[in-house]
Structures are given as C-alpha cells and as structure tokens.
Design a protein around this ligand. Structure first.
Ligand code: SAH
Ligand code: SF4
Ligand code: F3S
Length: 454
C-alpha cells in the first residue's frame, strides 16, 4: 500500500519580501513532509501570503479565501492559513470575518510556521501577530528558481511615509548580521545560484540597528560595507539589491556599485512624486532636485545604468500642476521601467484621514497619462540596446515560444533568444540584440561562456 504525501499550496501576493517569505515557508512545509501542489483544490494545507499595499490587493485575498472557506465545509480536515501583511493588519478580525481560518500569521512569524502549524494540528485556532525578534532561518528555502535567489538583509521599515501601511505590517527595522547574510549567499553559490538580489523595504537603512560605530561616527555596518563584504562570494556572478530610498542613498554606495564588478548597473529608486510640496506631504524627506542629483551622480559613474522607480498619482490634494511635475520628472529622467499606482487610502495611515482626497476618475485619468509616458520613455531607453552585445543570464524557457530561452541583461531587461534551456539554464551568454521593445529585447547568442567552476 502506498501512502501519498500530504500536499500544500501557497499563493503569494505582493512584493519580493513576500515572495522570499513564501519560499522560506515552503521550505518549512517540505521539511515537515508536505509536497507542493499547484492546484489549491487538491491541497490539504492552503496558505495565502497576502499583501495590503492597496485596497485592490487586499480585496483579491478575500475573494480567494472565500472559495476555500466554502470548500472547508465539505472537507473539514483542510487547513487554511493566512500569512503576510493582511494577516498582520487584520489579526483577530480576520477570524471574525472568515471563521474557517486555522492560522493567521504576520510576516515576522514566517520562520515559525512549523510551531504554529503544530499548534493548529493539536486543535487550536492560532493568531500570531505580536511583534517579535525575527529568528534566523535554519530551514532550506524552497526557491522558485534555481538560477536567481533573494536574500533578505533587513526586515521592516522605520519610515513613516503618510500613505504607506508597510511600517504597520512589517514592524521596525531588523538587520541580519553580515555573517548570516554571507553564509546564506555562500551556500547559494555552492548550490549553483548565479544571481542574488539583496532585499529590504529600505535597504539603505541596513545596519542602523546593529551595534558599533566607526571612528568618524558612522555606523559600523552600512549597506555599502555589506556590499564590499559579500561581493566576492564564489559561484555568484551577479548581485542586485532593492529597494533604495532617495533620502539615504549615498555617493559612497554608487561608487561601490561602479567598483564591484558583480554588482549590476541597475538601480530601483522610487521617487513617488515629482513635486516638492507633495513629497513633503508624503513625508519622503527629499526634494525632486535631490532625486535628480542622485540620478546624475549614478550616470556620471555608470553612464549606461538602468533606472527604475515607483510613483503614485492622485495623492490627496494633488493638483493638475503638481501631477505635471511628476510627468516632467519622468520625461526628464527617462526611466527604464516605472511601477505606477493610483493612490489608495489605507487603514491606519495618516493620509487616509485627510479630507482632500481626489475622485477615482481623476486618479485613473492621471494614471493612464503617466503610463502612456512611461511606455514611450521605456521604448526610447530600449533603443540603446539595438545592435549591442549584452550579457544575459539564462533563467528559463520562453513560455510563449519553446524554441527560445529567456533571461535578463545586467540592466534588468528581459531578453529572448533561440536556444535549448537544458543546455543554457544558469549560463551567462553574450547576445547580440536585434529587436527591441519597451520592456524586452530579442537577440542572437554569439558566445557561450561556461559558468565559473565552483
Ligand atoms: N519601500 C519602498 C516601497 C514599498 S511599497 C519605498 O520606500 O519606496 C511599494 C510601492 O507601492 C511604493 O513605492 C508606492 O509607490 C506604492 N504604494 C505604497 N502605498 C501606496 C498607497 N497607499 N497607494 C498607492 N500606492 C502605494
Ligand atoms: Fe513605505 Fe516609506 Fe517604508 Fe517605503 S520607506 S516601505 S514607502 S514607509
Ligand atoms: Fe504588500 Fe506587504 Fe510587500 S503590504 S508590498 S506584501 S510589504
């Protein structure tokens, strides 16, 4: 007789932090003897790792949950878990809304999943949302990719941007030690991972909470120091990081990126608005002039660097003229990519209570106008790749054309070319670009370099 393994399913909403948390939680579930299952309807443990950054992200979670809650009435041994930012924001209130839930757990508790589930299996309904010191993880994450990986360097956020729920749901900043970060990276290098993205909501805050200062009174551990400390991890050929905050972004960091060959020339630095009055109302702590200076400095050191960012339109009180300042900034800088969003009032944030909210019509009109400009500028930026030779790290098959593989350039442009994924996965390939689109490229391979021996 064969006993089939118990199956789990995870759906992840939201940002890279949530994706990284999900990979660690999947690792814990596999360690407990569960097997991944694509279809939630065939799984015995269903985990939704949720996002609450905007209202539509939160509403999506409730519709997914509703379906599984119904299923639980026919299948009472189903275990339903809500993790992540909605769990943290709603806490016990989620149990009242969806009584079928077994476990509600905030992001700080991701590494405790095993203990929490054991308590559920012992018959409890569990809520874990209290602020805790995040445990160093000892379980192997189950990573989605075998080529690129995320490594958290700092959890939480101590900023107080007036629109943002993240500080409420992710808690105060907690930096991992440089040793723990490097150890995880070394292991990834040994396992064949070629690219690592270092993660933090405000990565420039790295080290502020770690002990020690230098003779000049600087924190002993800054993000720049961390880059120097980890840049030579064997096997890893590319390093990226996100997210940068213009308030703390330093020339020292730019210099380190220019100097360290593995650090890719791509910077993700959200500006949110191109208008100084709005930036002030958002409590961002910089002006558009300062933002422009940062980009100028990056381009002085690395003329070809890719720049991406996030922006919000329709923040409370935004006038047409202030919105046009955002358009102007986007036009002047020429972003390679820009994530745009209409402002969404969030519970527990100051701006949600202000009376000068804009109508949905105005917000969506501005969002459309901004998106149009973003596309035009990205297409312009892509032109510079035409005819050039770019290094592409092959990650996967092109799902739309199995004769092609796909990967990213150092500047983070998605690139397709003809090739066999079984031979090319994880390889750095020189590709001559012969087709450019706003957000992707196509080319021909001209040289295959074997990955460095580990
Ligand atoms: N830590 C990053 C951003 C994290 S949230 C930073 O400081 O920039 C990701 C993006 O979501 C933000 O950059 C912002 O553009 C958007 N966002 C956050 N709160 C929002 C809200 N209430 N409405 C609309 N967009 C929001
Ligand atoms: Fe939110 Fe601001 Fe923190 Fe970014 S820096 S996560 S926008 S509070
Ligand atoms: Fe969403 Fe939480 Fe990330 S609210 S954007 S998943 S930090």
């Amino acid at each position: 007789m064969t006993t089939s393994k118990r199956r789990y399913h995870i759906t992840t909403f939201g940002c890279q932090m949530n994706k990284a948390d999900s990979e660690r939680m999947a690792g814990i579930l596999e360690d407990m003897g569960f097997e991944f299952c694509e279809d939630p309807n065939n799984a015995e443990v269903i985990l939704y790792n949720t996002c609450t950054i905007r209202d539509n992200a939160e509403q999506k979670v409730y519709s997914y949950l509703g379906r599984q809650a119904k299923r639980k009435h026919e299948q009472p041994d189903l275990t339903l878990v809500v993790a992540g930012c909605v769990a943290q924001q709603e806490g016990e209130a989620l149990l009242r809304r969806v009584p079928e839930l077994d476990l509600v757990m905030g992001p700080q508790h991701a590494n405790r999943l095993k203990d929490l589930l054991e308590s559920v299996f012992a018959g409890n309904q569990v809520v874990a949302t209290e602020a805790v010191h995040i445990m160093e993880d000892i379980t192997q994450a189950r990573r989605d990719s075998s080529v690129t990986a995320w490594v958290n360097v700092i959890y939480g956020c101590n900023e107080r941007c007036t629109y943002c729920v993240v500080p409420n749901v992710r808690g105060v900043e907690q930096s991992r030690t440089p040793e723990a970060i490097r150890a995880e990276m070394e292991q990834l290098g040994q396992q064949g991972y070629r690219e690592i993205t270092l993660l933090g909501q405000n990565i420039d805050a790295y080290g502020r909470d770690l002990p020690g200062v230098t003779a000049e009174g600087r924190h002993l551990h800054t993000f720049t120091d961390l880059l120097y400390y980890v840049h030579d991890v064997p096997g890893v050929e590319r390093l990226r990081f996100a997210t940068s905050h213009p308030r703390y972004f330093t020339e020292r960091l730019i210099k380190a990126c220019a100097e360290l060959p593995k650090v890719c020339e791509h910077f993700h630095i959200p500006f949110q608005s191109g208008d100084n009055q709005l930036l002030k109302a958002m409590a961002r702590g910089y002006t558009h002039e300062k933002y422009r200076r940062i980009i100028d400095t990056i381009r002085r050191y690395m003329p070809d660097a890719s720049i991406s960012a996030d922006a919000i339109v329709g923040f409370p009180g935004e006038t047409e003229e202030q919105f046009e300042n955002t358009l102007k900034l986007v036009d002047d800088i020429g972003f390679d990519q820009l994530n745009t969003a209409a402002y969404s009032p969030r519970p527990g944030t100051p701006a949600a209570l202000w009376e000068n909210q804009l109508s949905e019509e105005v917000k969506s009109d501005r969002l459309q106008r901004l998106n149009h400009l973003v596309n035009v500028k990205a297409a312009e930026r892509s032109q510079r790749y035409m005819g050039r030779i770019e290094e592409v790290l092959v990650e996967d098959q092109n799902p739309k054309d199995k004769t092609q593989v796909m990967g990213r350039t150092r500047g983070n442009r998605l690139t397709f070319f003809t090739g066999d994924i079984n031979q090319l996965k994880g390889q750095l390939v020189k590709v001559k670009i012969n087709e450019v689109r706003a957000f992707s490229l196509t080319g021909e391979p001209i040289e295959m370099r074997q990955a460095l021996p580990v």
